[in-house]
Design a protein around this ligand. Structure first.
Ligand code: ATP
Ligand code: ZN
Length: 215
């Protein structure tokens, strides 16, 4: 991809995909999407859109092979990447929260001292408990975190919550929120982009801002 086009990475297949594509179309960008193809060319803007797993987007930005990305803030916080949040997009709202079994006697943070906490967000979780000065043992799992208290391998979980339905279905309740999250545009320092890319990145971000000001 050694042309002058800007490269924007978005989630290939997940909760943010539909709203991200709809947002890009509202911004006036014309592009075709095919299930097999991992990238699209924009017909009316010097932009390529690549479709990848959300977790990989901060790394691609850090490496400089991708200019801009759209991810949840949770992915950015967890990645410790140098990428910065440029625009908040007003969709993909959720929060990273601490939950325990409805039957558990744990009701506050202090009671989590020396407990086992399962999560797919070990960096955010460790940072939070370190700041609160509460020692815990963080167990990293890739998915289905909600099952771990039932299996007896964790005392609490840290996971993304939006409606709370998944927690409810698994007899869990939230005791504390770590942070709020929404979809954002992320990028490296735009002022250090090559001139051609800088001009078009600014134009693109202005289009995004315009859509947001209308909604
Ligand atoms: P990928 O295959 O791309 O790695 P994923 O399984 O990690 O996908 P999704 O479940 O598709 O991720 O969620 C994508 C993003 O949607 C999350 O990172 C978060 O920012 C946002 N989101 C909004 N609500 C929720 C929710 N209830 N649970 C999980 N993520 C949510
Ligand atoms: Zn992911």
């Amino acid at each position: 991809m050694d042309d002058n086009n800007l490269i924007l990475a978005i989630q290939k297949n997940g909760r943010l995909t539909e709203e991200t594509i709809s947002f890009l179309k509202q911004s006036g960008l014309e592009f075709e999407i095919s299930n097999q193809r991992l990238y699209s060319y924009c017909n009316n803007f010097p932009l390529r859109i690549i479709y990848i797993r959300d977790d990989d987007i901060p790394f691609y930005i850090k490496s400089g092979v991708v200019d801009l990305g759209i991810v949840g803030q949770n992915i950015l916080y967890e990645s410790n990447s140098s990428a910065k949040c440029v625009i908040k997009l007003n969709f993909g709202f959720c929060s990273l929260s601490i939950a325990v079994s409805k039957k558990a006697t744990i009701n506050n943070l202090k009671q989590l001292k020396n407990t086992r906490i399962a999560t797919s967000y070990p960096n955010s979780t460790n940072a939070y408990f370190r700041k609160k000065n509460i020692p815990v043992r963080v167990i990293t799992v890739k998915g289905s975190v909600e099952i771990t208290p039932v299996l007896g391998i964790s005392d609490a979980i840290v996971d993304l919550v939006s409606t709370g339905r998944t927690l409810e279905l698994n007899d869990l309740r939230v005791i504390e929120k770590i942070y709020d999250s929404q979809a954002v545009v992320i990028a490296n320092e735009i002022s250090s982009f090559p001139i051609y890319k800088k001009i078009f990145a600014k134009k693109l971000l202005n289009r995004f801002r315009k859509v947001l000001s209308k909604n």
